[in-house]
Write a protein that binds this ligand. Sequence first.
Ligand code: 4H7
Length: 225
Amino acid sequence: MHFDIITLFPKMFSAITDEGVIARGIKKSLLSVNTWQLRDFSVNKYRNIDAPPYGGGGGMVMQVKPIRDCISKIKQKTINTTVVYLSPQGEKLDNKLVVELSELESLTLLCGRYEGIDERVIENDIDREISIGDYVISGGELGAMVLIDAVSRQIPGVLGNQESLNDSFVDGLLDYPHYTRPEKIDGQSVPEILLNGHQAKINVWRTEQAERNTYKKRPDLLKSR
Ligand code: 4H7
């Protein structure tokens, strides 16, 4: 999977490219992450890419030309890329959408700042508008990183066999509870079934716990199964 990112803050992406699961995916050539500084596509000497909104109201809006030129440049190099705009107005990201995106060969992620981008970019240049949840953050970059992480985990070989593809959400349930050494701490014990080594029984118990957990914490997930 190839990611092109259009941003005013390319350095932010070192948070995911320098270490961890995505860094390893890049080393193995299963992933590539390229950032594009939107200011390099400015049309004036001050490197501005924003202007005040028509109709007033304050704040600034990202202009059409730099974004359009940057997307064109990316499309010259990358055939068949899906252009995604991270915004609070987008379709909400969930596991189903993550899996769907992981089947594409290339994603171009546009990160908004200020009040967002000129609507004509959304009409003409964007394939999908995606939100990571119903809250506001200061820029699209953190959203893009969430998406890249979630999508990259679906690419075969990116996760080690230890990490495997998490069962959580695949079957629409939350995770089962985890325990590690010591067996007893401050009067709290590890459930007996996990200590007796009968794997089939443990698996049944874990599924029960996952269902119970989901019922207690996220009953909404059970309705859509
Ligand atoms: C596009 C349009 C994504 C991107 C507006 C991005 C939440 C999400 C942004 C804005 C995002 C999400 C700029 C509007 C900052 C609010 C204070 C960047 N917020 N912002 N303003 N839910 N912010 O996926």
